[in-house]
Write a protein that binds this ligand. Structure first.
Ligand SMILES: NC(=O)c1ccc[n+]([C@@H]2O[C@H](COP(=O)([O-])OP(=O)(O)OC[C@H]3O[C@@H](n4cnc5c(N)ncnc54)[C@H](OP(=O)(O)O)[C@@H]3O)[C@@H](O)[C@H]2O)c1
Length: 344
């Protein structure tokens, strides 16, 4: 089969090292399902791996955590949708039985386990779910890692309700666009920030109530505080100074959920935490239950009157243009997900 592989990694030139190559087809082992991939999607994780900024890198590797395709075959004893069913893959491998925390041995699909940037992938059968019928392959491929990370951070950890005012810093991020979709579906009021007016406009079209440019409005936290006395719930992945300022602007009794640190380490002002009685929570990926609940958001039951959620897709690149796709994720120019067309 054709697959995208990384043989070398480098802090500066990382995205340029993705290569399309011919490799052996995977064979599904006991309890595994073989999926023929149609579309895959990039996450910042794939670029971090190419730059050597991820723990435990093993080379060569086939990256990619997100995929949609069709069931091609089942290994011995594997139970799941019959061959030909259109499916998405849950990218968390071996979460375990505890909803609160994943096992230390749990992995994210795509290095060291073979990833979705390939024509075929064999994964545990329990990670294979029918794709939401209302979504195209492109839309469905955008969902898995970003969707489950966003859902767990906002809902399972953050406990978002319709009475919350939610702050989403850097809404252009693949995960944060899903936080916006889910928060609006719940009925919360949403404040978003971004470096780009164009992305803020897109976010407003997806339902954002207040949109602030953190590049042109240097004291953006003042604008945030002016909205109903500040957010009651923050979901952040920027880290660094953005996390520090977001915590400081959170209202009394608020919750702050963090799942990423794009800008690096953050300072904390203890006074902000203890005086305002804040809760700070970490979140990563999601349990099988989180994944199933998240996926159900995209298939409203007939007659429920609920609108169909549409993931934000930035651009679909042919598999052979994987370097250009990786470079665009590296630059952060996208709004929503960057996809790779693996199949027709
Ligand atoms: N723990 C987990 O399970 C998990 C899962 C997924 C991702 N993550 C982490 O979460 C982070 C985001 O991942 P992603 O895939 O969504 O990345 P991404 O699509 O590459 O998004 C990065 C975004 O960061 C935002 N940003 C940059 N500087 C900022 C600043 N000063 N203030 C606010 N926002 C800023 C930008 O938003 P604008 O373009 O709008 O300015 C940019 O689009 C990464 O660090 C990733 O490793 C963790």
């Amino acid at each position: 089969m054709r697959a995208v592989r990384l043989h070398e990694i480098d802090r500066e030139s990382g995205p340029q090292h993705f290569r399309v190559e011919q490799v052996d087809d995977p064979v599904p082992g006991p309890g595994e399902t073989l999926v023929k991939i149609a579309r895959a999607a990039f996450n910042r994780r794939d670029v971090f791996i190419s730059q050597g900024l991820y723990p435990g890198i093993q080379l060569p590797c086939i990256p990619g955590s997100d995929g949609v395709g069709t069931v091609a075959a089942h290994g011995e004893g594997a139970q799941g949708p019959p061959p030909g069913t259109r499916v998405v893959i849950d990218p968390t491998l071996g979460w375990g039985d505890d909803q609160r925390i994943w096992r230390r041995t749990a992995q994210v699909l795509g290095m060291p386990h073979q990833g979705t940037f390939a024509e075929y992938i064999a994964v545990p059968a329990e990670n294979v779910h029918p794709a939401p019928a209302s979504l195209s392959d492109d839309e469905a491929a955008a969902i898995p890692l970003a969707g489950v990370t966003a859902y767990r951070a906002l809902v399972s950890r953050g406990g978002c309700t319709k009475d919350d005012v939610v702050l989403i810093p850097g809404v252009g991020s693949g995960v944060q666009t899903f936080v916006l979709l889910f928060a609006k579906k719940i009925g919360a009021k949403v404040i978003v920030t971004s470096s780009s007016d164009e992305k803020l406009e897109r976010a407003k079209q997806l339902g954002a109530d207040v949109a602030i440019n953190y590049k042109t409005s240097e004291k953006w936290e003042k604008d945030v505080a002016a909205v109903d006395g500040g957010p009651s719930l923050v979901v952040d992945s920027a880290g660094g100074d953005t996390f520090f300022r977001a915590v400081n602007v959170t209202r009394y009794g608020g919750r702050v959920v963090v799942y990423g640190g794009t800008l690096g380490d953050a300072k904390l002002r203890p006074f902000s935490l203890f005086w305002k009685q804040l809760d700070i929570m970490g979140s990563s990926m999601g349990s099988p239950r989180d994944f199933a609940e998240m996926l159900a958001q995209f298939d409203p039951s007939p007659g429920s009157g609920q609108a169909t959620l549409k993931p934000a897709v930035d651009k679909v690149y042919p598999m052979d243009d994987v370097v250009a796709a990786a470079e665009s994720v590296d630059k952060g120019a996208q709004f929503g997900k960057v996809l790779l067309a693996i199949g027709p």
